[in-house]
Design a protein around this ligand. Structure first.
Ligand code: AMP
Length: 125
């Protein structure tokens, strides 16, 4: 899928629409999700134009990949999430219900987050 520069996160990166910023460095921007699904729900996005985890991890320069994941850890540390724990999640494509076609990681924390996925999805489960 081609990258659409008019997606909402591209507009946030260009400063065309606001966000509630948590962290920014050369490689990444982190901001609070507009519809939080946990007491802490932060999105971390790379500054480059990548559609998804698949696109970013497969095609971005190694420095950008390393810089991005270091930034995710910095966000968790800055928010003090390590002691209670947190969940990192990325939706890729239709089965995962990816809505915004700019790669992003969801960072959830602040309570018992329960199971990883909806119950009963595994074969025989
Ligand atoms: P996904 O389904 O993984 O693509 O998740 C997209 C996320 O982006 C959802 O959790 C939305 O609530 C969030 N979102 C959409 N627009 C904004 C926005 N302008 N600022 C912050 N979060 C947003």
């Amino acid at each position: 899928m081609a990258y659409d520069p008019n997606n909402i996160f591209a507009k946030i990166l260009r400063g065309e629409i606001p966000c509630n910023k948590v962290y920014e460095d050369t490689y990444a921007l982190a901001f609070h999700d507009i519809t939080p699904q946990a007491p802490v729900h932060v999105l971390v996005i790379p500054k480059g134009a990548y559609v998804s985890f698949d696109d970013f991890s497969g095609t971005a320069p190694a420095e950008a990949v390393a810089g991005f994941y270091r930034a995710v850890q910095q966000v968790a540390a800055q928010l003090g999430l390590q002691s209670g724990g947190y969940r990192v999640l990325s939706n890729v494509g239709p089965d995962a219900h990816q809505e915004v076609m700019h790669y992003h990681l969801h960072l959830f924390a602040g309570c018992d987050l329960g199971r990883m996925v909806k119950k009963g999805l595994a074969a025989g489960g």
